[in-house]
Structures are given as structure tokens and as C-alpha cells.
Design a protein around this ligand. Structure first.
Ligand SMILES: C[S@@+](CC[C@H](N)C(=O)[O-])C[C@H]1O[C@@H](n2cnc3c(N)ncnc32)[C@H](O)[C@@H]1O
Ligand code: SF4
Length: 280
């Protein structure tokens, strides 16, 4: 593993949507062992920023049954202007973060994604784009190849029908093809497998990813947030327990949360206050 990869993994481990990284086995997250250290928005205001989720849109071509962001074709790009996002990205860097992630919804549907990525790179941050890889335009391929950019995507099954059952569109082929292309181009890619169905073919999905040469595979359980609510609903039990450890999420309307999942814990709004003031 290169030093760059080691550094990225140390930045990524445990910071992105609670994923646990391991190429070998895929254990379930033991909920009973999760130590909840934040029970309210107040608790997370005390740390230095290391990482930010920039949730730039609520739109998506897919409509996954489990989507914590409740995204879909009717989702909105929100009220944040490009100028607002550029300011937030600059403030993220000025707050000490070394990496930011463009996420949604589907961030590649935001018309200014390439410009915002370029701006983030200009500030000196590394950038991750978290995309379903369903449709990648030629311009987006160029953005993906910029130094300092890495990709994350989602994969659920080796079986097209099971995958479609989860994403609500026949998306497995496109995601697989574009994942393989990223690999060919040498663009760093990590893949998240989220278990949302009983007896889901997630291990077989990981086998396919390994065949494509993708070893950075993370695994998560369903979090009961947004469309992911089943029996329990959103509360701290659905979180990873590391709230307040240098992460923050900004929504399409400028709302700031401790992370992308903890959407019921507003800390402030970047359209009214600076990220520094909100995170202080
Ligand atoms: C919200 S999506 C946004 C990026 C992109 N649209 C995608 O799906 O890859 C980011 C990741 O969150 C995961 N996710 C969505 N809802 C979830 C939930 N309720 N519990 C756990 N993971 C979830 C998705 O499976 C995906 O891997
Ligand atoms: S999980 Fe990702 S791909 Fe699925 S609906 Fe949500 S934003 Fe879209």
C-alpha cells in the first residue's frame, strides 16, 4: 500500500457513514457495542474540523428504498447557491479539514460539481465524490481524473434483479461498468455495501468487486433514518458513536449536522453563520 493510500485510509476509517473497512470479512456492526457519545447537537460543537460532507443535492436518478437522505428524481437541489458552496468549502479548509466529500442525493447531477471540485482542490483539500456511478458524462470523467480526487460508490448485490429491488432502477450494469473503468484509469475507488434486505447477496457482491480488483470495500447495516426507517426511527442508536470527532455535514439548504445521518440534530445554517461559528 502506498503512503498516499495509507494516509487516505487513516482519514477514511470510521469517518464515512460509519463504514468499517476490511477486505477479508464482513461482520455486522454490533449495535450493542456502540458507545453513544453525543446525544444532542451541543455535544458535537467542540472539536476541530477534519472532514466535511457537502450534500450538494437531494436529487437522484435512483430511489433506493433505504435512502437516509430520502433522495430521488423529485428531490431538490436546495437553496444553496454556487457562491454559498464555494464559501462553505473555503471555510471547511480554514477550519482545518484536509478532506471533503461531495455527496447527495447524487452529486454528479449538480450542474456545478466540476467547478466546486476544482475549488475544493484549489484550497488544498483532497476530495471524494460519492456517486452511484449510474451515468458519468465525459466532463465528469475528466473531473474524476484530477489529482487529489477519489471516488466512492455503492453496491448491493451480484444479482441485477436484487440490485434493482434496492435501487428501484436497473442500475447494476452501469455501476459495475463504471467501477471497472475507474479501476482501469487508476482512480482510487472505495465501495460501500449496505445490507438492507434479509439474505441479501452482499458477499457475492464483494466477490464481484474483488474480481474487478477493488479491495477497498466497506460494509454497513441499515440506519433507520429517512426512507431507512423500519421499526425504530431516527435516534442516536442509529449513529456510529463518534459524533463530534471532527466531522460535519452541510445540507442542500445550508443546514449543518454532526454527520450525514444525524439529520435531526441541527447545529446551525451556513447561510446565516460561518461554519467556524457553527462548529465552535
Ligand atoms: C446517500 S448515498 C449518496 C451517494 C450516492 N447517491 C450513492 O448512493 O452512492 C451514500 C451512501 O449511503 C448509503 N445509505 C443510504 N441510506 C442508508 C441507510 N438508511 N443506512 C445505511 N446506509 C445508507 C447508500 O447505500 C450509499 O452507499
Ligand atoms: S442511496 Fe444514493 S443512489 Fe440511492 S436514492 Fe439515495 S442518493 Fe440515490
Amino acid at each position: 500500500m502506498t503512503e498516499y493510500e495509507q494516509r487516505l485510509i487513516s482519514l477514511l476509517v470510521g469517518t464515512h457513514l460509519g463504514w468499517r473497512y476490511e477486505a477479508r470479512a464482513l461482520p455486522r456492526l454490533p449495535r450493542s457495542n456502540i458507545s453513544i457519545i453525543a446525544s444532542s447537537g451541543e455535544d458535537v460543537k467542540r472539536s476541530t474540523l477534519k472532514f466535511a460532507w457537502w450534500e450538494i443535492t437531494g436529487r437522484c436518478q435512483l430511489a433506493c428504498d433505504h435512502c437516509y437522505a430520502s433522495s430521488g428524481p423529485n428531490g431538490s437541489q436546495g437553496t444553496m447557491t454556487d457562491a454559498d458552496w464555494r464559501r462553505v468549502i473555503t471555510q471547511t479548509r480554514e477550519s482545518g479539514a484536509e478532506m471533503g466529500q461531495f455527496i447527495g442525493g447524487e452529486p454528479t447531477l449538480h450542474p456545478s460539481l466540476s467547478d466546486l471540485v476544482a475549488h475544493a482542490l484549489d484550497t488544498g483539500m483532497e476530495v471524494e465524490i460519492y456517486t452511484n456511478l449510474v451515468h458519468v458524462t465525459p466532463a465528469m470523467w475528466e473531473t474524476f481524473q484530477l489529482p487529489g480526487v477519489r471516488l466512492a460508490t455503492s453496491y448491493y448485490s451480484d444479482h441485477p434483479e436484487e440490485h434493482r429491488l434496492i435501487t428501484k432502477r436497473p442500475s447494476l450494469r452501469a455501476t459495475t461498468r463504471n467501477s471497472a473503468r475507474l479501476r482501469e484509469l487508476g482512480i482510487p475507488l472505495r465501495v460501500g455495501v449496505v445490507e438492507v434486505l434479509e439474505r441479501q447477496r452482499s458477499r457475492q457482491a464483494v466477490d464481484i468487486l474483488k474480481q474487478l480488483g477493488i479491495s477497498e470495500v466497506g460494509y454497513d447495516n441499515l440506519r433507520e433514518v429517512g426512507r431507512g426507517v423500519r421499526e425504530n426511527g431516527p435516534d442516536v442508536e442509529q449513529l456510529c458513536g463518534r459524533c463530534g470527532q471532527g466531522q460535519i455535514a452541510v445540507s442542500p439548504t445550508g443546514e449543518v449536522w454532526p454527520c450525514a445521518f444525524s439529520r435531526w440534530m441541527p447545529l446551525g445554517n451556513v447561510r446565516q453563520d460561518s461554519l467556524m461559528d457553527i462548529a465552535r
